[in-house]
Write a new protein. Structure first.
Lengths: 203, 203
DNA sequence: ACCTGAACACCGTTCAAGT
DNA sequence: ACCTGAACACCGTTCAAGT
């Protein structure tokens, strides 16, 4: 829309990332080619190189954007009803995670592929921070399982992530999804009946 | 070694699968090319097509072999001490799962990629059968969490798989792995209280 | 039945050259 | 600084042809 941009874009980098995000959702990782991205954006096949030295750099950037969006989704779910009960807040966060994970399954795989650089790792830490905060709050209120928050957080994350992964693998059916997430949350709460052991009662 | 085999192999299919398994472990999925496989096995680049119509067919076959091996590993862990306590048996199974998953991280991704055919799904079901059996036994003995075994099984599987996935993504450190798995198991047991707190020393 | 060899379309990556 | 266009090596897939 501007008159004097160099060739085609003021911001080729973001245009490529946006196009890649769509293509990733529609076609999967394997179908994601730098050449086709360049074509779709209207630029020569060598142009992306200025912004992403190789294909992996593009994938890393996508993963970082993914973690940022995931973190924002979780944060939104957490602050949505900060003034109310702990359990539904935690549930909203978990469902936000699973919704993200199932909506952008290919992106999720990318984010957890583990081939990425340090910058991706720190983006991941950022996105999980609100979960840790929530756990601390739950422990302070006495409704969440005790123990080292770091480890309990990894445990909760593992469970929710595992549910999402099994769903994306087709091993969990859509109808089971919400149930399982709520069960998983209940597993980590103190005092809400028969979840693990059966909690509260003395002995 | 035989004198009169057609060109190079009596069993090209298995030779390709074996080579692929090694390459997968050493180089990852992206580096897995049919042409290089054919080369490594000493056959023309078009030869694999008789056995695997396309690349995905090879990946599916690898996934099936993976599930068979995983199932065998779990079954071995389960029957290793069938006559002793339930908890250590379950722990051995879970550790077998995680060991498999972290040793063959790329293969695990393939197995849970979800793009595969029905034959892969049934192989997956087969490999998880011993877990379900074990849960039934644990419930009968009254030491394992109650509830629909199908759902509790998915829950347990999600948790263990999630731990393995986060480990492969680099978000869980090697030293934390065993701890987390044992904690996860304890989470599903009845009567062994306050699992994730600090366990060993008296209250 | 099983494999070969050439061919096609596509890709990631590189680099001299343009503006 | 940012992009183009040609070039290179590699790949998956196809198919007529060999044994």
């Amino acid at each position: 829309m501007e008159p004097n941009r160099p060739y085609h874009h003021g911001n080729l980098r973001q245009a490529l990332l946006d196009q890649a995000t769509t293509a990733l959702r529609d076609e999967g990782v394997d179908a994601l080619s730098l050449r086709e991205l360049a074509r779709a954006v209207g630029v020569s096949h060598a142009a992306p190189r200025r912004h992403f030295p190789d294909r992996q750099a593009l994938l890393d950037a996508l993963a970082i954007e993914g973690f940022e969006r995931l973190g924002a989704d979780i944060r939104a779910a957490a602050s949505d009803g900060r003034d109310v009960d702990f359990e539904p807040t935690l549930q909203r966060c978990a469902h936000a995670y699973v919704t993200f994970a199932t909506t952008d399954a290919a992106l999720l795989e990318l984010m957890f592929a583990g081939k990425h650089t340090d910058s991706v790792d720190s983006a991941a830490d950022q996105s999980f921070a609100p979960i840790l905060e929530l756990i601390l709050r739950g422990q302070a209120e006495g409704v969440f399982e005790h123990g080292d928050p770091e480890r309990v957080g990894l445990m909760l994350l593992s469970t929710i992530h595992g549910i999402a992964a099994l769903r994306n693998a087709g091993m969990i059916q859509p109808e089971q999804l919400d149930w399982l997430v709520d069960d998983a949350i209940a597993h980590f709460l103190r005092g809400s009946r028969d979840v693990v052991t059966h909690g509260v009662d003395g002995a």
